[in-house]
Design a protein around this ligand. Sequence first.
Ligand SMILES: [Fe+2]
Length: 277
Amino acid sequence: MRIAVIGDIHRHWDDQDVRLIDREELDLVLFTGDLGGATQRGARAVAASIATLRTPSLVVPGNHDGASLGQLLGEVVHSRPLIRAFAPGHGARSSALQRALGPVPVGAYSLHRFGSLDVLCGRPHSMGGPTLSFEPAMRRSHGISSLEESAQRLRGLVERSEAQDLLILAHNGPAGLGERRDDIWGCDFKKEEGDFGDPDLRAAVDHAHELGRPLRAVVAGHMHTRLRGGGQRRWTLRERGVLYVNAAQVPRHRRGRRHHVLLTLESGHVEAEERWL
Ligand SMILES: [Fe+2]
């Protein structure tokens, strides 16, 4: 099985991407989210283009998908009043994005079967780190009001998966894979660095290990591979038989070429390679 992972798009997607990806004759295209930039208009144009892909596809929403500038600011400065004040409209904006994606499903706390592979979509809209992003919106749309509730939901999905192979798709990766700025989901925007992975996704991965589930890969983005202050983050890591991929090459259009990560899944083993079409 050949799968393309498209990292955070941030408006770097057009109909030429559709042609190039379809020409690859892949089995599946996975999007880690953040389709637009600061405004929803850019995101909707990207979504409308993704909707025309002939290859089966799946999108998990990022923190920019459905969020207003006020919400994002509230999250960055950890202001509960701001987060609450700007929460109304998040659901409607997320639904508009879903409509623009047409036949392409939006994954959030969900399982999707493609042949012998289950793709488990994690928590949508994650901004990373030890707090639940967009809590009022997450409560309204998904009935989740804490990271512990989110972990519980994800563990339940791991238990439900009965496919031969399991892959997790999320916007941000799991906690527990390093605390340095250049680690796969390490924090590059604080002097003290640190682990900026999602603790609830870590709980899901640990649960898969405990149950002996055939978890082959975890693919996500959000923490851009080009680091603030210079340097590159590592984008792939293998641990306990699981391949972790951070596909967030931002911008993904460079010098006329377009980035994706190609996953090859064969007999329960996954390999990843970066490709520029
Ligand atoms: Fe993001």
